[in-house]
Design a protein around this ligand. Structure first.
Ligand SMILES: O=P(O)(O)OC[C@H]1O[C@H](OP(=O)(O)O)[C@H](O)[C@@H]1O
Ligand SMILES: Nc1ccnc(=O)[nH]1
Length: 507
């Protein structure tokens, strides 16, 4: 059917059809159509929304992202017809039934994700099916390669390229803000791309955004890394492994990180930046992604096997994930804590030890440090202020204010202190609940939202001592966080009665 184009400035990949026209070409809300710009011969697939009144019969509303490919002008003639279901849907159904993906099937799904041919519901089905039935190592390799091939790749003229990644899952894991400047200050190159929060309340990209822009093209990432040795950017903006961020978008609300997708997500970003040497942080703890050491070792073997297949040298560190790293959760609070360490503060120990250990592994892998000397070399780079100088250079080249200090940043103006109800030891501090509370407070989108944990697991507290301070940028967000905290009770002080159920009441 021929219609005339009406351009609509809505950031949604799809088209709007009058219900009468939709009936004529036998499509319903949510179906796919093929749209052709008759004059230019360009074609794209799109999902249909229908309306009885927003556009007249005989017109096709074309949303902005779709028109990037169609290049229509207002009033241009378009041909619209019902489109076939993409083959990827049949492959997703196969995984739902517990079968394996082939290489070509994986590529087709990833390409359809990148091209927005799959609807958000279909991508969620893909993520959920992979989460439930898992991916074997061949499928993970196919996925990793497909993610790289459907995006841009960096090609540095000098080697080695070092990279670091954490699988996440532990709150407060701001270590990349220390490790990247330390590695770059040693003279190595580390083009670090990070995700935003996946299961947490602030990913490294969310944190870095507090002090500098994080959205760059692959070329810009390469040029900036060549100039200052390192960057900390958001993978989702770069077109480096672009499928990754689309998949993460569908994991975030469910707070899941499907195992095979996690391996591919991390390693695709490393392969695409041309990394030779990679250190992977695997936090292990009851409420993290990896519950115990055995599972952590298995995960490490999988990363190393994938590294072998992709020609990257990978070393893994199983790190303590029972408790948050440092004392802060949420973008501004985490950046403040990391900056304070770069400025010379000598605690929190958990943050400093973890960052130096991982940086040390990378320095030894590259040969910059002799075996056994990596930690102390990383420590020297931190203590001498060279890592701080490097971080400022990174901030500046990414377009941030290099004058920033830990003191100049301010966290959310709305605050609430959770105090110890009695004397005793903190015997429980639930990572997952802390994340839920920080998200309720607005983190990571509200940069000032988050939590400061004053008393970590094992600390002695007296009645009335502050245990947590909740921060929010908006008052209603603080109220939500307080309510969530009341329900979840993330902290237990020894001897506390959680609830009194009086006699005669059914549980
Ligand atoms: O939200 P959860 O699942 O905890 O973790 C996600 C975070 O973990 C990784 O950190 P990094 O880039 O190695 O610093 C990702 O890039 C992301 O920032
Ligand atoms: N799935 C992922 C976990 C951690 N980092 C990532 O980039 N992706």
């Amino acid at each position: 059917m021929k219609l005339s184009a009406k351009l609509i400035d809505i950031a949604n990949r799809g088209v709007l059809l009058h219900s009468a026209d939709a009936r004529s070409i036998r499509v319903r809300d949510g179906d796919r159509v093929q749209v052709t710009n008759v004059g230019a011969g360009k074609t794209a697939q799109a999902h249909v929304d229908t309306t009885g009144s927003l556009i007249p019969e005989g017109t096709l509303g074309v949303y902005r992202p779709l028109n990037a490919g169609l290049a229509l002008a207002e009033g241009d003639s378009v041909e619209v017809r019902g489109a076939d279901r993409p083959a990827s849907l049949a492959y997703i159904k196969k995984k739902m039934d517990g079968e394996r993906f082939t290489k070509d099937e994986t590529f087709s799904i990833v390409k359809d994700i990148v091209d927005d041919t799959l609807s958000p519901g279909e991508v969620t089905a893909y993520v959920a099916a992979s989460y439930i039935h898992g991916l074997d190592m061949d499928e993970v390799e196919y996925l990793t390669r497909a993610m790289v091939e459907t995006g841009d790749q960096l090609r540095f003229s000098t080697r080695p390229i070092v990279d670091k990644h954490s699988i996440g899952g532990v709150p407060g894991n701001k270590i990349s803000l220390l490790i990247v400047p330390i590695i770059a200050a040693s003279g190595l190159k580390i083009p670090k791309t990070s995700s935003r929060a996946i299961t947490g309340a602030g990913g490294t990209a969310d944190l870095m955004e507090v002090v500098a822009p994080v959205a760059f093209s692959a070329d810009e990432v390469q040029t900036m890394t060549e100039k200052v040795g390192g960057v900390i950017v958001w993978g989702g903006a770069t077109n480096i492994a672009p499928a990754d961020d689309r998949i993460i978008t569908h994991e975030y609300p469910l707070k899941i990180d499907a195992r095979g997708q996690m391996l591919a997500s991390v390693m695709a970003k490393k392969l695409a930046v041309g990394a030779d040497l990679v250190v992977i942080d695997i936090p292990v703890g009851k409420y993290t992604k990896i519950a115990d050491i055995q599972e952590g070792r298995k995960m490490a073997r999988e990363f190393m096997e994938l590294g072998d297949r992709l020609n990257m040298r990978v070393e893994c560190a199983l790190s303590y994930g029972e408790s948050l790293v440092g004392h802060t959760i949420g973008p501004v609070l985490e950046v403040q804590e990391a900056l304070a360490v770069l400025e010379g503060k000598t605690e929190p120990n958990s943050l400093i030890q973890k960052s130096l250990s991982l940086a040390g592994i990378a320095l030894e892998m590259s040969g910059k440090a002799a075996p056994g000397q990596g930690f102390s070399m990383a420590e020297d780079l931190l203590k001498s202020g060279k890592a701080l100088d490097k971080f400022k250079q990174i901030i500046e080249i990414q377009g941030g204010d290099a004058g920033v200090t830990s003191e100049s940043l301010t966290a959310g103006e709305h605050q609430f202190v959770v105090r110890a109800p009695q004397d005793g030891y903190v015997i429980e501090l639930n990572n997952r609940s802390l994340i839920t509370i920080a998200r309720a407070a607005g983190s990571p989108l509200d940069h000032g939202a988050g939590i400061v944990v004053h008393a970590k697991k094992g600390s002695r507290v007296e009645k009335g001592d502050p245990i947590l301070t909740l921060y929010a940028d908006r008052a209603w967000r603080l109220q939500s966080a307080i309510e969530v905290a009341r329900t979840l009770m993330p902290v237990v002080v020894e001897g506390m009665i959680l609830e009194h159920i009086p006699s005669g009441r059914w549980i």
